[in-house]
Design a protein around this ligand. Sequence first.
Ligand code: GLP
Length: 260
Amino acid sequence: MEVVIVPDAEAGGELIAEAMAALLRRKPGAVLGVATGSTPLPVYRALEAKVRAGEAGVTRVRIAQLDEYVGLPAEHPESYRSVLRREVLEPLGISADAFLGPDGTTTDVPAACAAYEAALTAAGGVDLQLLGIGTDGHIGFNEPCSSLASRTRIKTLTEQTRVDNARFFDDISQVPHHVITQGIGTILEARHLVLLATGEGKADAVAATVEGPVAAVCPASALQLHAHATVVVDEAAASKLKLAEYFRHTFAAKPSWQGI
Ligand code: GLP
């Protein structure tokens, strides 16, 4: 696992967007796995700038969703499909046909989960999966004690996650209890995992992810099992890392051609 400590969220966004742009230059038909929440937004804005500047093409890219609320109408502004349309597809000029995601409006959730797994496989798998992290260490919507081998399935949100996500809704009663999420086993099949965490509120979860044991109680710690996982953190999110100086030193000494 590589840990990169950046000065702020914008620098993290730029670093990750450059990795995405480099991927698109060498593989124009790449599958880009995207995350929701506030943290990834600087990545999408930096990638948009690169696409506008002609540094990366998105005509053949496909965009894969990480997770979705169950029961919100697809056109609800806070369904993750709507959020990704607003934050990723429209600004980057990517057509809706290039979007892969689970159907959160379905009445047959297991079938929708199986269909999404099949769609990811048919697309050739995810090349780069961007991840945020919940304050409890969740990735996607894999809450603590999710199986590290889990596949796309329904999950019930913890009250803490519903409280954390209530800011996107008028009040907490509107935050769904159930979600569909790629499983941890599904996420681990992406070729490159990039987790971005910013702000002091994520410092404990980041420390458990990077320096704690691999344990389902901190789902993001499963990144330790992946051969190409990059954790990008700002100073505040890095504030509880015991090895922070080592991480700074190794990244500063890294050959510039290597990327993340
Ligand atoms: C939600 C999403 C996660 C995201 C998390 C953190 O729970 N399902 O994918 O990582 O929120 O969001 P934020 O980046 O806004 O803190």
